[in-house]
Structures are given as C-alpha cells and as structure tokens.
Design a binder for this molecule. Structure first.
Ligand SMILES: Cc1cc2nc3c(=O)[nH]c(=O)nc-3n(C[C@H](O)[C@H](O)[C@H](O)COP(=O)(O)OP(=O)(O)OC[C@H]3O[C@@H](n4cnc5c(N)ncnc54)[C@H](O)[C@@H]3O)c2cc1C
Length: 386
C-alpha cells in the first residue's frame, strides 16, 4: 500500500529516518499484516511476533543506554506510524512496552532495576503493563484508591486497576499506588502472591490487543521494587506524555491506510453511467478534505518530533498533537468507510477496523476533553478540570 505524501514531507527526512521506516514497513507487511484480521476477529494479540519485535529493535526504540536501540524521536515516530498502519493494537503493544514500562524503569528506577529488566523487556522476553486507571478513576487518576502500606522492608499492595493493556500477558506491571507520603510507582512481578489479572471481553474496539483488570490482594512488594524516583502523579504523567507523543505519530499510519484504501476504491468502483465514483465532485471533496487534514497531521507530527529531539517539546504541545491527530485520523477513517459503501463494513477492508480502534485511542492516554483542558490551561493559565 502506498503511503500518501502529498506535500513531499519525505524531503525533510534523512536517509536514516527513511531506512527505519522502510525496515518497519517491510517487517510489518510480511510478518504481522497476514495475522491481523484473524487476531482482531478472535480478539487476541498475536504474541508469536513479540520476540521478532524485540529482535528488530522496536521495543523501547527511542530509549538509550543499557543496550537499548537509541533511535531519535522522529525515527521512533516513523516506526510507530508503520505499526499502526497495520493495527492500533500492534502500536499499543509497542507504546506500552516502551513508553509506559521501559521508560519509567529507565527514568525513575535504580541501576539494579534497569540491569535486571530493561534488556529482557527490549528483547520481548518480558512483557510489561502499566497500571494507573482504576474502576472509579480514569480521567482523574489523582483520586486512586490502590494503597501501598509500608511493612518493614516491604510494601503491601491492595486495590484494583482496570483497562490495562497487556495486563493478562504481562510478566511485570508498573503500578501506581497511594503510600502514606503520596503516590509512588512500583514494579510488580507476575508471580507475586495476591496478584491476579483477568482479560476484559466484549470489546468492539482495539480487539487485537489484550485489555485486562489487575487485582492486588495483600501483595507483598520488596522495597527494592519501588521505583525510587517515580514520586507523585507527575511521574505517571511523564510516562503518559511519552506514549501520547507516539500516539500522535501512530494514528497517522491508520489514517494513511484508510485514505489510500478509499482513494484506490473510488478509482475502481463504478456507478452512474459506469463512471468511477472518483469522478464525482462530492467524492473528490471527501478525498481533498482527507488529504488536507492528513498533511496537516503529518507536518504537526514531524515538527513535534524535531522539537522533542531538541528537548523543546512541552506537555501542552503533546496534547495539541495527540488531540488533533487522533481526531483527524478518526474523521479520515469514518470518511473512508463511507466511500467504500457497503463494502466498507466488511473485514476485508481496513477502514472500519481502524475506525473502531481509533475510538479507543480517542479515549486512552487522556480523552479528547482532557487534552482540550490541558490546552485551555496553557492558553489562559486557568485550570478548568473541576
Ligand atoms: C483499549 C484501552 C486500553 C487502555 N490501556 C490502559 C493502560 O494500559 N493503562 C491504564 O492505566 N489505563 C488504560 N486505559 C484507560 C484509559 O486511560 C481511560 O479509559 C481514560 O483515562 C478515560 O478514563 P475513563 O474511561 O474512566 O473515562 P472517564 O474519566 O469516566 O470519562 C468519561 C467522559 O467524561 C469526560 N470527562 C471526564 N472528566 C472531565 C472533565 N473534567 N471535563 C470534561 N470532560 C470530562 C471524558 O472526556 C469522557 O468523555 C485504556 C483504555 C482503553 C479503552
């Protein structure tokens, strides 16, 4: 499938950046694309590809040190775009592993924690999950009720997290909990007594991804498994901002796939005097609107990537990127589905699967409303969350 580049944005990319993209595109189309329809329809993640994702250097790709790949943020963005061109579930797997599990260990962990976990997570030999959301606290995680009670050289963890990507298949969970002196991040290993998970069933979106509840009943966590520098919600938000940056890029892959599918379909589908539907002005309007929004999203992502590589990307920039690009990707998926007519609802065509997935992406990592409020606060200085 051709990736639309209407404004020759490719001319702004280095040869190394293009190489990351073409390597990722080949890997995904050969190894994952053939599996994805079945994975989505049977609501599973194709776990057999995880070691290959590690071998390719796709896990924690923009992290450096401890043998990690150390890609630039633009290269990382291009990689995530290729993963999500296939399915948001694939990109979600890489986002959680890299931005929400490896990043906090690298940023907030001890040297021992980094040496113990990072190489295995990078290789895909350990799978991670990130537990922040609770049944009663989604947009407002500061209200969390999961507790970590000190007990000698341990903490006792009690509570529940839900909507946790990879939860059911994770060997290790980064969990945020309330200790007497505030919120902290902990590393919880799978075999800890009292730690159980259950996968959520009945999702109509993000089906090629496991989403689970985590339950903690008197789980004893050694003090050595506390992330010493992950203090307060600020630490969790730092992780989320890494992931949100990747989402701002990734969703463009889904949007590009939808757009190209629709454009090609309109050139072959014939109606009214046997003319291709692409010859009608309203169909062209739809394609023109889509490519305009897509091009704006591509430019925004590239600029944010360059700013991040220069250390100048601010949280409110990431909110602008995530909010805009998820919205345009969802609009493009819906318009593409429409241009495919009845065929658009069939699994042979990707737009409806992407559209369904993007509804989750609109909600997770800060809903559209929450990012609107982040922008509102940045613009006015007035927080309007409450
Ligand atoms: C597929 C999937 C995977 C996920 N993976 C993870 C994961 O790995 N780890 C994790 O911790 N969480 C995960 N989540 C959870 C996700 O982050 C939350 O769903 C999200 O934060 C929203 O919380 P909520 O669903 O409780 O919605 P709510 O917070 O109940 O929001 C419902 C609606 O109210 C609006 N709203 C809430 N507060 C305000 C306000 N102050 N002003 C205006 N509007 C408001 C929201 O914008 C939304 O439209 C995942 C979710 C999904 C769907």
């Amino acid at each position: 499938m051709v990736a639309p580049d209407f404004l020759d944005i490719d001319s702004q990319l280095s040869d190394e950046e293009k190489l990351v993209r073409s390597t990722a595109r080949r890997f995904v189309s050969e190894q994952v694309q053939p599996l994805i329809r079945e994975a989505f329809s049977s609501a599973t993640f194709p776990t057999q590809i995880i070691p290959a994702l590690g071998e390719m250097g796709f896990l924690g790709a923009n992290l450096d040190g401890y043998g990690l790949p150390g890609m630039s943020n633009v290269e990382y963005g291009l990689l995530l775009k290729e993963l999500e061109r296939c399915d948001s579930g694939l990109r979600s797997f890489a986002s959680v592993q890299g931005s929400l599990v490896m990043f906090p260990i690298l940023t907030f962990g001890t040297d021992e924690q980094k040496r113990k976990y990072l190489p295995k997570l990078a290789a895909g030999r350990l799978i991670g999950a990130f537990g922040l959301t609770e049944p009663g606290f989604g947009s407002n995680p500061s209200g969390m009720t999961t507790t970590a009670t000190p007990d000698g050289d341990h903490f006792i963890l009690n509570g529940e997290k839900t909507w946790i990507t990879n939860g059911g298949i994770a060997h290790l969970a980064v969990v945020f909990a309330r200790a007497p002196d505030g919120i902290h991040g902990f590393l919880l290993e799978r075999d800890t007594p009292g730690f159980t998970t259950s996968n959520l069933h009945g999702k109509l979106s993000m089906r090629a991804s496991f989403t689970s509840s985590l339950s903690f009943s008197d789980c004893r966590i050694p003090r050595a498994n506390m992330l010493p520098n992950a203090r307060g919600l600020r630490a969790a938000l730092q992780c989320l901002n890494q992931a949100r940056f990747g989402i701002g890029w990734g969703v463009l892959g889904a949007a590009e796939d939808c757009f190209e599918t629709a454009r090609q379909y309109t050139l072959t589908r014939r109606q009214f005097d046997s003319k291709p539907i692409a010859s009608h002005q309203l169909v062209q309007l739809s394609l023109a609107d889509m490519i305009t929004a897509l091009t704006q999203g591509q430019l925004l992502a590239l600029h944010c990537g360059r700013l991040k590589d220069q250390g100048r990307l601010k949280p409110e920039h990431i909110s602008l990127l995530k909010r805009n690009n998820v919205r345009i990707a969802l609009d493009i998926a819906r318009s593409s589905r429409d241009l495919l007519g009845a065929n658009g609802i069939m699994e042979e065509y990707s737009p409806m699967r992407h559209m369904a997935n993007l509804e989750s992406v609109l909600t997770y990592e800060g809903t559209e409303n929450i990012h609107t409020l982040v922008l509102g606060e940045a613009l006015t200085g007035i927080p309007a969350y409450r």
